[in-house]
Ligand binder design. Structure first.
Ligand SMILES: Nc1nc2c(ncn2[C@@H]2O[C@H](COP(=O)(O)OP(=O)(O)OP(=O)(O)O)[C@@H](O)[C@H]2O)c(=O)[nH]1
Ligand SMILES: [Mg+2]
Length: 451
């Protein structure tokens, strides 16, 4: 069959698969994209970088290269630049990012014995988008009206000292406030300041997400709103602007850079939230649960932005990142915890979600540790050890990871510490592989039907 095709000069078309990778600030997006690219490139050179992918390929060979830039208008994610800090001496983490970018890889997969002689059996273009998690947090808001959204948003701020100034302003407004632009502006600025302060504390459930991560370009005037109760003229103006915001979220992402995604990866630093304490954890849980529900139990379809239409996304992976902070058995618990937070009922298609499959993962894109058995108080525990800058090799057993949302008892002995492990040094020139945990399994889950 393949011979005939080759003789006739038929080259299989390159199939484009677009994967959205999203997660809140510092959840591990850049590390994931970097490791994915470097390890696929290594695999292509015969380095056993992604064992689960090799098993799935079952003897077929794979060739991977960075795609040519073409005429794309999206900023490009360059894994060689990103991984340069990993190859430095001493190695360090890739620097933080604050823009949307796209990683493009071409994959050619050959049948055994045909490499080079014939056209590849499968040709893929992977387009992997680094998509701000703050924007994902806006999904649930699409199904709410201004009054409901305001009530929810204000309830979340009620007990937060960081929101005190904004709340004083809000409660100082007379019931019949006029639709004054200066008031709208002041309220908006105070509200954004409160959101920023909470974000700095690691809070996630902060809406509207685009207040914290504005889209490129000048902010349109209708961005100036804030949650408020009542039926004043000002409240009516805020409601109008809220509606304009929702419309922009629904329609504004369908430009060339944000056309439909086929697969979605939602990253969350669950271990970090467990370490930060009950309030931070409850907030992460709420954000994840709300987003998962918005993705799975879909509101009326026209409400969803076009890039997330259900016939688009074939698979959704929820992933707890930085799982190299805990040993193997704990990583299984971490995946179960994530499953319960996102209310996934097995690897089955969610009911309202014709084609999409969702699955939880506990992974480390750039694994810095190794497991070992540590004797603590005469009892063996599964611990990890890794290098910490300035401290040498550090052993760590942060505690038991709960396999579902922890109860009050668990919080009596919360996570001791999460050391800032340094990445292992990558072979200079980006030639080696990056140690990873379950990143290979994530890739197989995302692509098994097209590989
Ligand atoms: N131990 C460990 N730490 C990780 C891993 N991935 C990320 N980190 C840590 O988390 C930090 C943030 O990771 P990034 O990949 O930059 O996260 P991001 O989501 O791209 O962050 P922003 O773009 O800045 O919002 C890194 O600098 C590391 O300190 C991992 O697999 N293992
Ligand atoms: Mg980043």
């Amino acid at each position: 069959m393949k011979f005939v095709e080759a003789a006739r000069g038929i080259v299989p078309l390159r199939r484009h698969v677009r994967i959205g990778v999203t997660g809140l600030a510092r959840s591990g997006k850049t590390s994931l994209l970097t490791s994915l690219a470097i390890n696929l490139l290594a695999l292509s050179r015969g380095v056993p970088a992604l064992p689960a992918v090799s098993r799935h390929l079952a003897g077929r060979s794979i060739r991977v290269r960075l795609a040519a830039a073409g005429a794309s208008s999206m900023p490009r994610f360059n894994p060689l630049e990103k991984s340069a800090s990993l190859a430095a001496d001493p190695p360090s983490w890739p620097s933080p990012t604050d823009t949307v970018s796209v990683l493009e890889l071409d994959l050619d997969i050959d049948q055994p014995g045909t490499a080079g002689a014939l056209w590849p059996a499968a040709r893929l273009r992977l387009e992997i988008l680094d998509y701000p998690g703050e924007w994902l947090i806006d999904l649930p808001l699409l199904g709410q009206d201004f009054a409901d959204w305001s009530a929810d948003a204000l309830k979340r701020l009620d007990t937060e000292p960081d929101a005190a100034t904004f709340l004083r302003f809000l409660h100082g407004l007379p019931p019949a406030t006029v639709a004054d632009e200066a008031l709208a502006r002041t309220g908006h600025d105070l509200y954004v300041a409160a959101l920023r302060a909470l974000q700095a504390k690691g809070r996630a459930m902060l809406q509207p997400g685009r207040f914290l991560m504005p889209p490129p370009g000048a902010a349109p005037p209708w961005m100036a709103f804030f949650p408020m109760p009542g039926a004043s003229r000002l409240a009516a103006l805020m409601a109008q602007r809220f509606d304009a915001y929702r419309t922009a979220v629904r329609t504004g992402l369908s430009g060339p850079g944000f056309a439909r995604v086929d697969r979605l990866v939602v990253l969350a630093d669950i271990l970090g939230a467990l370490h930060a304490g009950p309030a931070a954890f409850a907030d992460q849980a709420l954000a994840l649960g709300t987003v998962a529900r918005a993705l799975q139990n879909r509101p009326p379809l026209p409400l969803l932005p076009s890039w997330l239409q259900p016939w688009g996304i074939g698979r959704i992976a929820f992933a707890a990142t930085k799982a190299d902070h805990v040993a193997r058995a704990q990583r299984a618990n971490l995946a179960s915890l994530l499953r319960s937070l996102t209310e996934l009922a097995g690897d089955v298609p969610a009911p309202a979600f014709a084609r999409a499959f969702a699955r939880p993962f506990a992974l480390a894109a750039i694994a810095c540790t190794e497991d070992f058995t540590w004797t603590l108080d005469g009892r063996p525990v599964s611990a990890v050890r890794g290098h910490v800058a300035g401290q040498g090799v550090l052993r760590s057993y942060p505690g038991e990871v709960p396999d579902r949302a922890p109860d009050a008892g668990w919080w009596q002995h919360p996570f001791l510490s999460l050391p800032a492990f340094a990445p292992k040094r990558l072979e200079p020139g980006g030639r080696g592989a990056i140690p990873q945990l379950a990143l290979d399994e994530l890739l197989v889950f995302l692509l098994e039907d097209v590989l």
